[in-house]
Write a protein that binds this ligand. Sequence first.
Ligand code: ADP
Ligand code: MG
Length: 728
Amino acid sequence: MSKLRFDVVKDAFKKKAVEVKTPTKKVSEYFGELVFNREKMKKYLDSSTFSKLSDCIDNGIALDSETADKVAEGIKRWALENGATHISHWFQPLTEGTAEKHDSFMEYDGKGGMIETLTGKSLVQQEPDASSFPSGGIRATFEARGYTAWDPTSPVFIQEDTLCIPTVFVAYTGEALDYKTPLKKALKAVTEAALPICQLFDPKVKKVISYLGWEQEYFLIDEDVYAARPDLVLTGRTLMGHASSKNQQLDDHYFGAIPSRVEAFMKDIEIAGYKLGIPLKTHHNEVAPNQFELAPIYGETNLANDQNQIMMNIMNSIARKHGFVVLFHEKPFEGINGSGKHNNWSLGTDTGVQLMAPGKDPKGNLQFITFFVNVLAAVQKYNSVLKASIASATNAHRLGANEAPPAIVSAFLGHTMTELLKKLLDVPSDTPIEIAGKKGKSLGLVEVPEILMDNTDRNRTSPFAFTGNRFEFRAVGSSANCAGAMTTLNAAVADQLIEFKSQLDKELSKGKALNIAIMDTLKPIIKSVLDVVCFEGNGYTDEWKAEATRRGLDTETNVPELFKAFTEKNSVEMFTKLGIYTEKELEARNEVRWETYCKKVQIEARVIGRMAINHVVPAGFTYQTKLLENINLFKSNFPDTYQSMCATQIKLVHELSKVILDIQKKVEDMIQARQVANHIEDVYQRALAYHDIADSLFGIRKSIDNLEEITDNDIWPLPKYREILFIN
Ligand code: ADP
Ligand code: MG
């Protein structure tokens, strides 16, 4: 076994970068070539079909079946020209990742031959067997049918030989069984809620858009080393492993030179991403060894989220070509940074105004402040459910641990914006908000600095930070579907904007001028958010926990408990009023969350138990035997003095016995706890029991790591942290 470990590590070390076939064209020339975008629509559809489809995409006007047939025909022609042989409805069930069911284009032509077909009906709707996807008991098993329906706002694309149709996935009874459906509803809610407010500032605004720019962090591990670690293979993280002597102390990885194998991988995924119209912009080394980040230019939230899911798939498959495995797990390695997926979020108008950025004049600035303050109010009011929206068994290893994010969802504004808000409370409501730095302005005005971006100090300890023209929801986990967080955030903001608008209307009905009515409505909200949700300090300290509790913010860290926020009164009211989730859906989704939580911990518990007994403890015995043989040799050669000569060996044999016994006992206790937990009928209660089991795994791991520390390196069967993390 140990030979395997050394061979694997040695071979991994010698691997060279895989050569990447670079297209001969410039990126701008092949960008989006595998996407049925507007340009392709124009080319493959007649003008009336094109304008009906555009209307469907832009304004949500349903397609009639005749038009759908024509669209399908055009898409089919394009797909066949690009080598596609299959069609798949591509959807995002409540598991990790995406799902697809492939059907070939082939049909009998009725004349004894075959023909490629794609009808409008099969483009628009399909019925995959839904019984094996999580539904939280929405669908009784006898009603296994669910259906997928085309989401025309996200373009059809080709992956390998398959034409992929982005779809929503719903039960026959109408409830959503996926991430996309509620996200689309939340986006509709927020953009509709924001529109009348924008129109107060500019009647020409017709549409508000929600934007998302994700930053995907991940680890790359050599695939052979990975294969020698059952914990990585089965759970996506290491359940044991003594810290390497060197890890991230020197900060020499962050933004460092990218290793050549990794560089080749990045190039390859970027080419694939560009072909699919994904505007990838940034890649760099992250803080931890073997940790990297990928980020596109932000885009409309639903599309940006689909693109994140597509990229995760692409990364998984292309990594293997390069002899790597991608780890999207939030905490693959103890003692070094975990991975997140910052969700940069903002709202903008179809007239090109960024609503989370200062405007050009006092009016624009007032609009900015209006939206800015309402976002803070939403984060304050829906504090618990926002945290619940990022909570998972895997993100729990980041949440509340001593790294991003802290388990309290506060908002960080930066010094400038904090001072600005404070100042707004002190000045009369009709004080114009000016851009600083411009000449000729009288003193005493409230000033927004021109380039806020440079003024927003980076507070890495904040889960929700303002960064100049957007908010960064940093608490989202690297393996998560952004839709979870984005549905809740957009919904919360929608709710707050509706509430704000109704208060504002009351002020306006008193005959106040718009700017005064707005400031009069905003002032009490500003006071409240400054007192409660805004926090500029270090989010990791115990003082902050105490202070946050005093302020009434949610400080819960127990993940199964956190999920309850979804079914609390104010969340249910908010989600149902906005038409995003029914109460039944909220309950069902929590069932899925608790069930998933239990299963994840159960798998980890089984894996660590078996690795302890089948890999680790036997290694300890082998080493003991080696020591005892050594002692015996001393005994036969130096019968009188061997005991003092073998003091170290004897001590080690005892220590090994102690640690092995410790491991064995802890594993037994854990197995017993699992047996008890498995008999708990209520899934929430069972998840709470599994939460304790998850805690106990740390204890087992500690003992195993102790054993690793004292056991002969030659005998240790598993690649060690230093061998996993410093090879690429
Ligand atoms: P950081 O310095 O925070 O790591 P990155 O450049 O890695 O920044 O990522 C920032 C992300 O935020 C990018 O996806 C970028 O396009 C996105 N972004 C920039 N402005 C906005 C905005 N107004 N709304 C949403 N996302 C934005
Ligand atoms: Mg970044």
